[in-house]
Write a protein that binds this ligand. Structure first.
Ligand SMILES: N[C@@H](CCC(=O)N[C@@H](CS)C(=O)NCC(=O)O)C(=O)O
Length: 208
């Protein structure tokens, strides 16, 4: 299977982490976002939305990181994606929440405070940061309350949901995300950061 990826992307890293955790080999093809490879016709034939990650498995092409994670985890028997309808729905629920709500705080903070300086894209926009912080606090309160009662998001065991939701925090320190207010999130993030699949998929900063 081939993964179209760009290492600094945490959407791609979610997929790399699952592949690493499950020992699923992936051939990696780099799509350089700063160079605009994602808008070239060859890549748009793979993903017409012009985004990575995208997976190619023979003539099957799949984009959207959470769908790719589910597909990879479906190749093997794993407690990350248990063969149980209710547990899978519960995992999907957190993955949907990550993309629809949690990312609305985390991603602008990462973009304004980490990506912009990294790629010389201008000054952070204080209005965007203010809105992102409001969204972050609203959602973090829910996540923190859940994690105050549970070690992991679903069924008290590590699942795809933890990788999807935690990866939004991969740059939490550099993005100055206010995690001090949410100790249960901090403790859970430390458990995620201790995983080999987390540590060994940390991007090496590269000038592509
Ligand atoms: N919801 C998508 C988001 C993918 C996405 O936004 N990827 C970014 C990198 S993190 C991208 O390829 N951006 C390129 C662009 O927008 O031009 C997923 O989870 O896969």
């Amino acid at each position: 299977m081939k993964l179209y990826s760009f290492p600094p992307s945490f959407n791609a890293r979610k997929v790399h982490a699952i592949a690493h955790h499950l020992n699923i080999p992936l051939e990696v093809e780099i799509v350089s976002l700063p160079q605009g490879d994602q808008r070239q016709p060859e890549f748009l034939a793979i993903n017409p939305t012009g985004r990575i990650p995208a997976l190619q498995d023979g003539d099957f092409i799949l984009w959207e990181s959470n769908a790719i994670m589910q597909y990879l985890a479906s190749q093997v028997e794993t407690s990350l994606w248990p063969d149980d309808a209710k547990l899978r729905a519960d995992i999907s629920r957190w993955q949907c929440w990550q993309l629809a709500h949690w990312s609305r705080g985390c991603q602008p903070l990462t973009y304004e405070r980490v990506v912009k300086p990294m790629f010389n894209l201008g000054e952070p926009d204080s209005q965007v940061i203010e809105q992102a912080l409001a969204s972050f606090h609203r959602e973090a309160a829910v996540l923190n309350a859940h994690l105050s009662q549970h070690d992991y998001l679903v069924n008290d065991q590590l699942t795809l949901a933890d990788f999807s939701v935690a990866m939004e925090l991969a740059n939490a320190t550099a993005a100055q995300m206010p995690l001090d207010d949410y100790p249960a999130i901090g403790a859970w993030l430390a458990r995620m950061e201790a995983l080999p699949a987390w540590q060994q998929t940390a991007p090496q900063m590269m000038a592509q």
